[in-house]
Ligand binder design. Structure first.
Ligand SMILES: Cc1ncc(COP(=O)(O)O)c(C=O)c1O
Length: 458
């Protein structure tokens, strides 16, 4: 009917000026807007704001040293890069679909590698599911297990997607906070000082509790849950017949001789635990987006139902690269040449360098026992400069990070975003830095901090 855009617009102008069928145009526009109003599914209500976008944009705009987002800016190990090259240049069939629940060599090596660590023989077909990153694993787990009205206990501070994933599945998040205990004067704070109150945790379990989300080592705090703490969580999960979704993506990143313990390895926990991992975090290749879930078949079969009706299949070549990387790593596991020994050693040095550097301007570190991240206490700044620009109800840490990006050229992430709305005000005096960065990035950070220190001199 219309040959070009100009003809269409002339027609519409005509219609809008009421020259023709004015009522039908109004009706048409009304229908369009009514449709637009109905577009968003109810389960997405309130979930559209994503704070990360704003801080990333500001970091770019002010050309800040970006210690916000959690990814290494150095290369993955050579053996992993070679494995990736083999995957894209070798067997042509790696360009095609593979098994829906995981490329067989990958599910096989994951089963044997983690079977030993969990003290449980794993069947590659029924106890392993390969997903699009740990994000995909989490989403699949929530969709598979959480029903309308189910309660999900989330330990704060928490990796921020747990809450929307619970809500999107129709569940109700129930929060319980790790709380810091005071340190002695001059003593450096540690993530191990942040603990759960056993009575408070127990009080969160109700007949509606379906799952508890555990994240050890924790993002953003870096806390590594101790055997005693895990035993407490395990006994409550067993007592109340609750599934534990255990996010262990940073399991190799533990420092100071600290031990990572998988809760699934505790007596009686294999049957009720989904253990989630990430090749991105494991091999410093976050763009690969290969993750996995390990668990008992009676739970995994529901995750497979979600997977086969959503993603269905993850890229074959990246799965092949991860399989070969694990095969290589298995040969030297536990030895000094192992990447799982070398990476945490190097990152402990980066952590300590960052901690010293931040302290020079009064950003007081809470030394993490594990993970990519270090949080610092900014209470000193909060009392000295309480009136930073920003909305009156905006938590202090968010205003501080914006101020720091703009004025000091350093980007971090406010920690209050890792807390539920009602607890954000109580935890608005911490900010998170990622130290899994190249030496040059950490040096650039130090230069900014030394300049800041000079400015502080009276
Ligand atoms: C605790 C935690 N779980 C899961 C993920 C997601 O991992 P992936 O990149 O494999 O999807 C992250 C990423 O930052 C994380 O910090």
């Amino acid at each position: 009917m219309f040959r070009n855009a100009a003809a269409i617009s002339l027609h519409l102008v005509g219609l809008l000026q009421g020259k023709k069928a004015g009522a039908s145009v109004t009706r048409h526009l009304h229908q369009t807007f009514t449709m637009a109003k109905q577009m968003q599914a109810r389960r997405l209500k309130g979930l559209d704001y994503n704070p990360w976008v704003e801080y990333a944009r500001l970091a770019t705009e002010y050309d800040a040293v970006n210690l916000g987002q959690g990814f290494p800016d150095f290369a993955p190990p050579d053996f992993a890069l070679e494995a990736f090259q083999h995957a894209v240049s070798g067997d042509l069939m790696l360009n095609q679909y593979t098994k829906a629940f995981g490329y067989p060599p990958l599910t096989k090596i994951l089963a044997s590698f983690f079977g030993k660590l969990l003290g449980h023989e794993l069947d590659p077909l029924t106890n392993v599911l390969v997903t699009v990153g740990a994000y995909g694993a989490l989403f699949t787990a929530f969709q598979a297990l959480v029903d309308e009205g189910d309660e999900v206990i989330i330990i704060e501070p928490f990796f921020d997607c747990y809450e929307p994933m619970t809500l999107m599945a129709g569940g109700r998040p129930v929060f319980v906070s790790l709380k810091p205990s005071p340190t002695r004067d001059g003593e450096l704070n540690s993530s191990s000082n942040w603990r759960l109150d056993p009575d408070e945790l127990a009080s969160k379990f109700t007949p509606h509790t379906k799952a508890l989300v555990l994240n050890t080592p924790n993002n953003p705090l870096g806390k590594v849950f101790s055997q005693t703490e895990l035993e407490l969580v395990a006994s409550l999960c067993q007592q109340h017949n609750v599934v534990c979704i255990s996010d262990e993506v940073y399991q190799w990143l533990v420092f100071d001789g600290c031990q990572h313990i998988s809760i699934a390895s505790l007596p009686g926990m294999w049957e009720r635990t989904l253990t989630i991992g990430s090749a991105g975090k494991t091999f410093s290749a976050t763009g690969w987006k290969v993750g996995w879930v390990l668990g008992p078949d009676h739970l995994m079969k529901h995750l497979r139902t979600v997977h086969q009706n959503s993603i269905y299949h993850c890229p074959t070549q990246t799965q092949a690269a991860v399989a070969e990387s694990f095969e290589k790593e298995q040969l030297c596991f536990g030895q000094p040449s192992s990447y799982f020994v070398q990476l945490p050693r190097a990152m402990q040095r980066s952590r300590d360098y960052m901690a010293r550097s931040l302290q020079s301007v009064g950003l007081m570190p809470v030394l993490p026992q594990g993970s990519y991240f270090l949080i610092t206490d900014i209470s000193g700044f909060k009392s000295k400069m309480p009136d930073l620009p920003g909305a009156a109800n905006e938590p202090y840490d968010r205003r501080f990070v914006k101020w720091m990006i703009k004025n000091k050229g350093l980007a971090a992430i406010p920690v209050s975003i890792f807390f539920s709305l009602s607890h954000q005000k109580d935890f608005d005096h911490y900010i998170r830095f990622c130290f899994v960065k190249d030496e040059s990035t950490l040096k650039a950070m130090d230069e900014k901090l030394q300049k800041w220190k000079e400015e502080l001199r009276p």
